[in-house]
Design a protein around this ligand. Sequence first.
Ligand code: DC
Length: 223
Amino acid sequence: MTSIIIAVDGTAASGKGTLAKKLARHFNFAHLDSGSLYRLVALGVMEAHGDPAKEADALAVARAIDPARGDDPAIRTAEVGNVASIVSAIPSVRAALLQFQRAFAATPPNSLAGAVIDGRDIGTVVCPQATAKLFVDARPEIRAHRRWLELNQAGAAPAEAAILAEIVARDARDRSRAIAPLKPAPDARLLDTSDLDIDAAFAAALALVKPGVENALKARQGG
Ligand code: DC
């Protein structure tokens, strides 16, 4: 039976990961954070003292990552995020990670009926056939402030201006790369969370995807 797929793409620190997790919980679907795959490649290259812009260094790691390590806190640093953005511009690295993402979407773990996948190219490249597509964004200053609050609560005290610069640079690199650039799929629903708190953003996301997902669930039950 075909699985139901919700693609949640968006800019860095837009809240797409939180929304994707909440949507997965709501529908009892599996969740995949595709950024964690690129972050695992980045961490592997850094640990091996490789050059993230060099195809041979990044590809060797991409072929060997363990996607189950996606919850390793070591991949959550800003530095790993930046290096992830560099390795993700290499076409063979993207190709090496594509099969895992497509298999997850087609056959979600634990025989669940669907998958929510967040990233940059889920609705455009990985799963263009997705049941529902969201593109999440917020003004850069707002995203930087939210990330600053998070880091501050975790005991770190980075300068907000530095976070903003890093977010803007990462978006620019992700948008301008030749392969699978960050951009909304033509049929994605846009969600700007700048003026929404997390509950309001989730309510808005749910309202956008619900009709399509419920239709698909009904079709599965009927067929
Ligand atoms: O979502 P994130 O911040 O964890 O992603 C880290 C980097 O990985 C991001 O800057 C670009 C890359 N990425 C990608 O190219 N395609 C995806 N589907 C997900 C992430």
